[in-house]
Design a protein. Sequence first.
Length: 331
Amino acid sequence: MDSFAKTVFSAIQPSGTITIGNYFGAIKNWVELQNKHNCIFALADLHTITVMQDPAKLKRNTLEAYALLLACGINVEKSLFFIQSHVNTHAQLSWILDCYTQFGELSRMTQFKDKSKKHVDNINCGLFSYPVLMVADILLYQADMVPIGLDQKQHLELTRTVAERFNFLYGETFKVPEAYIPKNGARIMSLQDPCKKMSKSDENLNSWVAILDSSDNIIKKFKRAVTDSESCVRYDESKPGISNLITIYSCATGKSFDEIEKEFDGVGYGIFKEAIGECIAENLSAVQHRFSEFIQDKSYLEKCYKESAERALCLSDKTLKNVIEKIGFVK
Ligand code: AQP
């Protein structure tokens, strides 16, 4: 690894089929960042069990997510890319940092409030302390930069607070990381309720587009996307439906909002929705093709995630040992 480059850490939960929200908000940036920085990426399966999972499905989702991220361009020659539960230091540091995070701080996390409403029958302690595990994930690698979508901003702020608190108590231990939020695509909204973010665990299958959806399905989902009753293709925050579609089209094509408005001047929403569907389907077809190759080669996947996990363990163990020393545990 280049010792002058920055260290970047980010993770994604294998909690379902990965959406274009995850893609434009996170993965696409990860792929670009790998060319300049020392990147460490993980599949956050420990985070995933904060919500009840079917074991067979979780296993399948994890392997598929691994293959899919390779297909999107995560390159294990350049970056570390491992499965979080394979690296024990994450759970160990998380417990320690639980003791340096206040109940009040975690109570204010909007993701906890949202998920508690969604899973009323399973408001478990892991769901509550999820942000601390994310703090540990990041601080273990002394990350400078954490690429995230806007939904994770509050968790990143908590990471900074906990790092500063620990450093204040015990002297410089953790690097205080910065968030890296994309200018465009930081918050892709649901196609059925554009006031809600697009989420892979949303039960309404028309609300999200998965990277692995068939072309027909992608085109159908965009045709069904909820918009307002007007028909002028114009970005306007008071019209979240059409504005979300413009954002998605802009992420996929690299065109500015102005260029898109000109391109679709005088045509109705119907034609625009069809154009986005076709464009996204075309954009994703190469990724889908590569995915179908990676997913068949289980021994290659295993080699990649095992090697990365070994290297991640070595790196993160340095931080953990330092923390253990500072808090007074006998080595
Ligand atoms: N809709 C989104 N727009 C932009 N970025 C997004 N991200 C997630 N949804 C959007 C970013 O994707 C990365 C990985 O997210 P995650 O899987 O760790 O957790 P999440 O944010 O909870 O994603 P989901 O899809 O909503 O998962 P579920 O449904 O399981 O809760 C993060 O960087 C996130 O910001």
